[in-house]
Write a protein of this length. Structure first.
Length: 169
């Protein structure tokens, strides 16, 4: 009976949450539905990817202490400046520790960030998206499908990103 119950739980996890047969969540693959994710803004407001339904989203997971993240923020800002009017929403999810709101604000000010910054000190985005390091980026189309993903810093001239972005927009 216990094996049957574990089997049913693994089946439900696989069907509903994209888990493998052992019940461990899998990283979303290109072409798959992006997992639902919610967090908070630095002002403390609740936000969710579902709030951006119908828009193209670049979900970027980063931290203030991450050197490659510091390198990619200007590229993300340029992408925001270039494509925001066409419906692109860039969401930078900081996984800095609890109590680091001032450091995150200072980081955003230093780089003149005008795209959305979410704060996830519990690092739920890491388990939800199976992030193995920062920075980590996902392009999600208007239907909520992952169209591109990248581990490491993003550049605003990456031909694969630009092709996926142009297609999604």
């Amino acid at each position: 009976m216990k094996l049957l119950r574990l089997g049913m739980m693994a089946l439900v996890c696989t069907a509903l949450f994209g888990c493998d047969l052992e019940g461990i969540p899998r990283a979303p693959e290109v072409g798959a539905l992006a997992p639902e994710y919610s967090s908070r803004t630095l002002a403390g407001d609740s936000v969710s990817l579902s709030d951006y339904q119908g828009e193209v989203v670049v979900l970027n997971v980063w931290a203030t202490w991450c050197i490659p993240c510091r390198e990619e923020i200007p590229a993300l800002q340029r992408l925001h400046d270039r494509y925001h009017e066409e419906g692109l929403r860039i969401v930078g999810v900081s996984v800095d520790a609890r109590g680091e709101e001032a450091a995150i604000r200072s980081f955003a000010d230093e780089f003149d960030v005008t795209f959305d910054i979410w704060y996830d000190p519990a690092q739920r985005v890491i388990s939800t998206y199976q992030v193995i390091g920062v920075p980590n980026t996902y392009l999600i189309d208007r239907e909520g499908i992952v169209r591109w993903k990248h581990i490491g810093p993003v550049t605003d001239d990456d031909p694969q990103l630009l092709s996926a972005l142009e297609s999604a927009l």
